[in-house]
Design a protein around this ligand. Sequence first.
Ligand code: ATP
Ligand code: FE
Length: 355
Amino acid sequence: LTILGIESSCDDTAAAVVRGVAGSAEVLTNIVYDQTTAHAAFGGVVPEIAARAHAEKVDVAVQQALISSDVALRDIDAIAVTAGPGLIGGVLSGVMCAKGLSAATGLPLIGVNHLAGHALTPQLTDGIAFPYLMLLVSGGHCQFLLVHDAETYTRLGGTIDDAPGEAFDKTARILGLPQPGGPAVEAAAAQGDPTAFPLPRPLMNRDDCNMSFSGLKTAVLRARDAVMAEHGGLPEAIRSDLCASFQGAICDVLTAKSRRALKAARALAPDLSTFAVAGGVAANTQIRTALSGLCAELETDFLAPPLKLCTDNAAMIAYAGLLRFTAGMTDDLTLSARPRWPLDQSSPAMLGSGK
Ligand code: ATP
Ligand code: FE
């Protein structure tokens, strides 16, 4: 099967072509146009600007994906598109593009849940068998998903407020470091002392898989203000200490909660063998090292797919579409864009927060 994927739910306009079958597929092309510069002046993603940029770029991305994979529309078996959750203007751009292509070519249309795309990535990249546990940790998401199969997920817990990537970005802003904050804070943290500031680790010792990161960012703000009051500025060495302390707190929480999530996942799925991470924060070396150490201790395989496929992309959407297509689940031109679309509808925890 050859599937065209389209993704436009946040601040990346992406198109990709994936070829293969369930459990063994290859990414032929993976085109991503990011909008970082368009939003840079505003310190965050502006939904209206994102929607406009997606509308301008989505057909270019599709064309580019087809050209660089040397695949014509007539070689495609189906068109998969992110139908939610996400910023509605952006999701609509992708869905309208996919519907137009489907109407013009007669190709089947498949609406894909963006989170399912992330959750199925370990199978696309490494052919991992179900069930597995997934930690999705990015700028907009933080949740543990037990992936039973392509259509069945148990959300074991997640953040009740900010996502860690958001906390990295806000911390960078508070400390005068550039965006995206993750890499900048990580680089500064490498020079600092993680024990210098005793920052809070909210909910860490609670016996569930939920997390909270917004208090941490407030604690960084208070610590910065105290340092500024004392020193009349923020000395670089102290800034590094703050970064190291902040990163250590995030890492501790993610590791403690991953331990709980693995235990909970094993109770529900005794044959589970792999713990996978995805999302931009999974690029962090300290976090990655801590999680792989945890897995070694718990005799679980650890998998962190290549970063290009674990941040927002359309290859994961194409692959999730391939699985739906294989299961005979296609949509028609009434497919609608959904700002919210929990993967695990039955979990009450999901109703409180879309993160
Ligand atoms: P999504 O819609 O999936 O949440 P996103 O664009 O918010 O998408 P990603 O593209 O997956 O998220 O990741 C971006 C986030 O990852 C940013 O918040 C960034 O600061 C964070 N990040 C990137 N590299 C690192 C790093 N080395 N350490 C910590 N955080 C990082
Ligand atoms: Fe995403």
